[in-house]
Design a protein around this ligand. Sequence first.
Ligand code: ADP
Ligand code: MG
Length: 511
Amino acid sequence: MRQNSDSCFSFCSNRCNSLWINGYPTHMKNSQSISLHNVSLKNSQRKIIKFQNAIIQEKYLVVDDRYINLENLQLKRYNVKKAEGQISNIQYLNISNNLDSLEIFGPELQIDQIYNYLKLYTIQQQFEDNYQIIKILGKGSFAKVYKVKKIQVNLQLQDKQEYTYASKVFNKIKLRQNQEENELSLWKEIEIMRLMKNKHIIKLFEVFEDEKKIYLLLDFLQGRDLLSHIYNNNNVYDETLVLKLMHNVLNGLSYIHSQNIIHRDIKPENLILKQKNNIEDIILADFGLADFYNPNGDYLFKRCGSIGYIAPEMLNNEKYDYKVDVYSLGTVFFLLLTGQQAFEGQSSQEIFTKNQKGKVDFKLLDQTNISQAAKDLCMKMLKQNPLERISIDEALNHPWLQRRKQNLQVDSFKIIKKPTIVRGLKDIIRCNTPLWINKSLKSITDSSDNLDYLTFNVRDQTIQDFIDEEVQIQQRGSNNYDLEDDTIEEDKMPSYNVNRHFPLVKQKSFP
Ligand SMILES: Nc1ncnc2c1ncn2[C@@H]1O[C@H](COP(=O)(O)OP(=O)(O)O)[C@@H](O)[C@H]1O
Ligand SMILES: [Mg+2]
């Protein structure tokens, strides 16, 4: 039985197997490495380990002919006070898993450098000793994101902008509701974020865990997410702006795909502005549903995303690939050009059904101040059939994107905030998966400064619930059963199962 205080990473393979692996890591790319010179190593029996060469490269610490995979191991740093008369400060780092540990110690300068490298791959404790929470920036399905400030030991460095971060905080109580799946999902999110090294993509710096929470330290993006920006009445768009934004997001997405990763949750809430009111400078965030592309369709979550932005082939349980991200970005593009969601409705079920059919009202693109080229690209990104849908590389070479180099003369337009859009939170209340947050229904109208209008992402079971519900709605609509059938079936049904309006149809279709 797991204890509440157990680490969410206890069952990671790296924590359960021996620390040292013989040989040399095979998957290492030609990336930057640091050499462990001037430092000493001690094993868990506190015996000095003799070595000739030691380097850290990507997630591996390689010492002569054996190595450690650092992923999700525990990292501790000890600051040992300088003794009087001593020339340099000796500092200690301790890396451990459930079975073994390694100590690295040496002069402060070297240990600083090694620590800065290790902290991306490992898990630390004592978040609160290192960071101070300033305010909430956003929330999603599992996590809340806060602006935080690094607590500086060196007072002279205080108040510098670069010491402000965002922290995505996961509450362990929520993760425990479906523990195995949620932990695997969290490990994957962290694993993928560690790989992301691109200026259009959110950067992860370090990970902390304490008894109650897990903290991912990220770049602080000052500009809020694109949806908040779109629904701020004062913002005016023109095609040039949208063009620059799309160019940056497409480049970010192209990078993600080049690492064999599918994002699977591209939506305006996950595109965050680096600076206030500069929508071109946009960052792709939230790798909570991302996964490594698998041609056999084997994923932790097979069908997932956010209702209203998901590629139809995924909702229809077909095999899919990187093109699902093109589709989702197409829906964002459509919103930017028209001010309307590609799939709108009064409930998430209604939005889901439209999304599954993938029929977008392209007539909305016929505004006079949208160029033919923009319209053409948008339609190509939203092609229902993934084989006909434009790829990221083709999109980057599309004539509209090529106009970036020219000075576009275009009218500006305002995205009209539609008071009737309800992003389906009502239906969410009924769902019993931990993903759904029980909140009251709010329309977008009163949300300029609160966060309640955001869509929540969904995974397999919830998507199936929507599909089942849709089947039932259609059957209710068809109304082709006769009264005789009703009487027969009604007798057989336990009374608590009898739904006044449509029980018998349900009974027939699910024998
Ligand atoms: N690095 C960041 N800087 C500023 N705001 C952020 C940052 N990361 C996330 N946010 C805000 O928090 C929201 C939720 O973060 P996200 O990573 O999407 O979490 P979830 O997986 O729960 O959806 C985002 O929509 C955005 O508004
Ligand atoms: Mg999100």
